[in-house]
Design a protein around this ligand. Sequence first.
Ligand code: SOE
Length: 379
Amino acid sequence: MKREINIGLIGSRFMGKAHSNAYRRVGEFFELPVTPVLHTICGRNEQDLKKTADSFGWKNMSTSWQHVVEDPDIEVIDICTPNYLHMPVAIAAANAGKKIICEKPIARNAQEAQDMVYAVAVADVVNMMIFNYRYVPAIRLIKSLIDEGKIGAIFHFNAVYYQDWLVDPHSPFVWRHNIEESGSGAHGDMNAHVVDLARFLIGEFESVCGLQKTFITHRPQPGKKEPAVVSTDDTCCFQAKFRNGALGSFVATRLAAGRKNFLRLEIFGSKGSVNFNLERLNEVEFFLHSNDKENGFRNILVTEQVHPYISNWWPPGHVIGWEHAFVHQFSDFFNSIGGRDANFPDFNDGLNCQFVLDAIQKSSDTNKWTALQNKTSFV
Ligand code: SOE
């Protein structure tokens, strides 16, 4: 029988559900050396918690993350809480010797992230950052095209991440609007994804120049007369220079009417270009220079058996979705802890991403370009 790995998941809402789904699916579609067990799920709202626990088949429920972290039967702590809890939960879990999975962004700021990196290094525990978009097969294909030199030297890495769930000024105040709980708004939430993708696909940032704004400054609070003050950005744009000489241009906003989860990358190189849009995540647009009159962008449907992770799912053309990327990332995690050769982003990646996010924030506050440190290992 395979070794069972008991999971303790902290958070039972959107990300808690996405992770619950992935824990269930991963052993069904991937042949793993270990068996993940949905041991305990934790949440503050008992009604929500029970609903998620029942629908995904969690064995136990708890409203205390401390109890879950202290439970000797639990081997992995997975953090899907609002951002302000990432650091205390991760440090307590590291001190208890648990393996740790943490949603992005790693923390509210680099200071907290650095403490987390230090705690997992001292405790010597396995740690993984959830950067699920690295696990979209189309992104892996783009990475291999870049790494194989197909599009040549990179000139531009341009990214927009558009959502529109805050266009409505009546959309209520939630933790994401409170800087104490979230650390930042659209910036940390959405730019964490694109900064990580840029690091993953083309390399480290050298310097950044940011611009943040909160267009809708007050929002209604359910059950209260007075609106609450929004203390986080709803838009953050920035320019970047990369260490390899490429230039970057980025926009993240929750005010892009009509755009739901529109993360578009446009990468231009000396020999060609690749484009990607998360709302069409099975596709890659690819262009190679030539003088042929029929030359132009071609659309690659990334659902062939040769494409990363795809052979575990369906025949060609039977497209996959947003939730599959979490399953892919978990398959690498369980393969790795089961002794197989697999790797994944860790807290050091989370910290490096956070350094870039903090530098953009600083640049926006000071109206000045901000340089990144010239190293990437911080223990
Ligand atoms: C909300 O902006 C959100 O759910 C993010 O928190 C996720 O990380 C992203 O994948 C989708 O949008």
